[in-house]
Each structure stands twice: as structure tokens, then as C-alpha cells.
Design a protein. Structure first.
Length: 234
């Protein structure tokens, strides 16, 4: 049974267009089928067929908003699977070709700060994990856990800490830094708060732009933004 399930997952992602669509959806937002078709460079009818296949396999769900229909990743576990497979593809194969200034800047921006589904990744994401550990906001002695000091700091920053079925904190291997960043319900809430408060802004291709207002809140989280490489994203 496990062999069959693994083969089915591999078959779903074996098609380059479906794989591209899944990678696009890793930015955590809902996309229309037309937008996915454009991103994958395929016809709308073909994209619709691919979405049906992905939905049938549990990779994506369709969401209705008024008259509009959107597609998004089904849940964080699917996003983690896709991210890990993408990481494996990069580390086990030839490095991606950078063919010009635009692609070079894009690669640098993704390496500095990007979304990994619904949380921060890249150099900024890894620095956030290191900073929260160093500042005593997170304890890793017996597995990742939020400390009482961490709850106080997050409360001051307006980041909700809600209990639920999803783990609050867990490690996620960063495919550009080759070190762990933080994933889970708390990092997801932190990214939402950072966007809403104007600390960061989402860019294209999953890139994240750090805004001037980020200095103080990120310092409270143990991150010295001036010490990072700081690649801006349009």
C-alpha cells in the first residue's frame, strides 16, 4: 500500500506543468486557474485538467469567493512535501542556471527572504530561528517550545499564539541556507502579522521585501537586520 501511495504521489508531480503549479502555490496564496496556466506556460484548458488531477490527489483545494474560483495548497503538510521535494531536486541535481541579471537578482532575493508556504524562509527565516533561540524566546532543549518570555514578546508585537491541531513550532530545513528555519502555527501567525503591520511585503516568485518598519519588531525577536545581506525585492 505504501509503495502504491508513493508511486501515485510521484506520478502527480512527475508532470513539469503540475510541478510548476505546485511551486507557484507555495507562496501560500490562492491563485486562479488562469494565473496558474500563465505561470506554467500552458493553455487554460490544460491547466484546468491539471488542477483537477491535483485536487483528486489531495494536493490542492478549490475555493469559491463570490463568482471567482481559486486554487490553493490543501494544507501545510502538502506544502512541506513539495518544499522538501524541491529541495531534494536542487541538492541532488545540477544547480539552477542563472542566465541573466533578472534571474540572478531573483535568486538572491529568494535566498535572502521568501515564503515557505506560510512562514518565512531564506537567510531571514534562519536568522529568525537563531535570534529567537539566542534571546530565550524559544527553547530547543527538549524539542522546540515557546518560553514564557517568548509569549510576552509576541503578545507585545501583536502576534497571536493559538493552540490547535497544528504544531506550534517545528524545524524546517531551508533549501538555500541548508540550515533550519521555523515552521508551524506560530511562524505562520508571525508572517501574517508582519505583512499586516507593514514590517515585510510579499513580492513576486515568493520573495519577501523587508520594510523600514521591521527594524524594531525583528530586533525584539533577536534579529539584527543590518547584519544580514539585505536584498530588496520589488
Amino acid at each position: 500500500m505504501e509503495t502504491i501511495a508513493l508511486a501515485e504521489v510521484a506520478a502527480v508531480l512527475a508532470d513539469p506543468s503540475r510541478a510548476t503549479m505546485c511551486l507557484v502555490l507555495l507562496d501560500g496564496r490562492a491563485w486562479t486557474v488562469g494565473e496558474l496556466a500563465k505561470a506554467a506556460g500552458i493553455a487554460l484548458s490544460t491547466a484546468s485538467e491539471h488542477v483537477t488531477r491535483l485536487a483528486g490527489a489531495g494536493f490542492v483545494v478549490r475555493v469559491k469567493q463570490g463568482r471567482a474560483s481559486y486554487v490553493r495548497i490543501a494544507d501545510p503538510r502538502v506544502a512541506e512535501l513539495i518544499e522538501h521535494l524541491a529541495q531534494h531536486a536542487v541538492t541532488s541535481g545540477a544547480p539552477p542556471r542563472v542566465t541573466g541579471l533578472t534571474s540572478s537578482l531573483r535568486a538572491r532575493r529568494l535566498g535572502f527572504a521568501r515564503t515557505c508556504y506560510d512562514h518565512l524562509a531564506g537567510e531571514l527565516g534562519v536568522a529568525l530561528r537563531d535570534g529567537m533561540l539566542a534571546a530565550g524566546l524559544v527553547d530547543a532543549a527538549g524539542g522546540l517550545a515557546l518560553t514564557s518570555r517568548g509569549r510576552e514578546v509576541l503578545a507585545r508585537l501583536g502576534v497571536p499564539v493559538a493552540a490547535g491541531r497544528r504544531p506550534l513550532l517545528r524545524d524546517c530545513l531551508d533549501w538555500t541556507e541548508r540550515r533550519d528555519h521555523l515552521a508551524g502555527a506560530l511562524p505562520a501567525a508571525l508572517l501574517d502579522r508582519a505583512v499586516d503591520a507593514g514590517w515585510v511585503a510579499r513580492g513576486g516568485h515568493r520573495a519577501v521585501r523587508v520594510l523600514p518598519a521591521a527594524g524594531e519588531p525583528f530586533a525584539a525577536l533577536g534579529v539584527d537586520l543590518d547584519a544580514l545581506s539585505g536584498v530588496a525585492a520589488p
